[in-house]
Ligand binder design. Structure first.
Ligand code: ARG
Length: 248
């Protein structure tokens, strides 16, 4: 009798444990994994890596969830969220009024700004005014695209699916400058010394990255904001920040 009781208890425990493991919810994350140092594919391990990737893994852990990352094209990244292909976008996405009309954003998790990247030997471009009559490359549908499109008198805005292609176009001499997120430009310069430089100065409005979540999922938005606050309070955010950007 006693033995059977213990056996039953053990069985119940094992089943219970298996139950919780199976029940662990999955956080499906969409990202354009071609935006170093925020999200990119590690050449050696072929894993998705970068600041945002560490952030979503930490967020998921904090929320008791498992994370699954979907590498998707930037151009379709919001439609994919709206379509339910994933639950959250972690893609260095700037919080904008226009995007807020279609998605919810988490609290801001990173400050950024657009910069003008030019070839290392350029001595003609000192600010946006000097781009008049010149061609500028951007990643299609990014805030870099938006500010470039607003600049008067450009010869053209060349739009590319991924930011790396825009930078390649600059290196090939086909455009005079790239307008992109500051830390992406800095990362390119660090990885490719002696090729490009950032035009000194602050010419464009400050930007804040947020995680985008479907408006039909306010529970997840709440959970993400709570987890984000906890990561900031318990030092995890600083740890991840310092890993990618040095001490802050
Ligand atoms: N911050 C810019 C924006 O939101 C560029 C983000 C691009 N991110 C990416 N993973 N390609 O428009």
């Amino acid at each position: 009798m006693k033995k059977t009781g213990i056996l039953l208890l053990v069985c119940a425990l094992i089943l219970g444990m298996a139950g919780t493991v199976v029940a662990k919810e999955v956080l499906r994350v969409g990202s354009d994994v071609a935006f170093p140092p925020f999200e990119y594919v590690d050449e050696n391990t072929h894993e998705y890596t970068g600041f945002d990737m560490d952030m979503v893994r930490a967020l998921a852990e904090e929320m008791g969830m498992e994370v699954e990352i979907y590498n998707v094209a930037w151009e379709g990244i919001i439609p994919g969220l709206l379509n339910g292909n994933y639950d959250l976008i972690a893609s260095a996405m700037t919080i904008t009024e226009e995007r807020k009309m279609s998605v919810n954003f988490s609290d801001p998790y990173f400050n950024a700004e657009q910069v003008i990247l030019v070839r290392i030997n350029d001595d003609t471009i000192h600010g946006p005014d000097d781009l008049k009559g010149k061609a500028v490359a951007v990643q299609l549908g990014t805030t870099g695209d938006f500010v470039a499109s607003d600049l008067p008198g450009l010869k053209k805005v060349a739009r590319f699916a991924v930011v790396g292609e825009a930078i390649q176009e600059l290196m090939n001499g086909n455009v005079a400058a790239v307008i992109c997120d500051n830390l992406v430009a800095i990362s390119y310069i660090q990885e490719n010394p002696g090729k490009a430089k950032i035009v000194p100065g602050s010419f464009f409005p400050p930007e804040y990255y947020g995680f985008a979540i479907n408006k039909n999922n306010p529970e997840l938005l709440k959970k993400v904001n709570a987890a984000l606050a906890e990561l900031k309070a318990n030092g995890t955010y600083d740890k991840i920040y310092n890993k990618w950007f040095g001490t802050n």
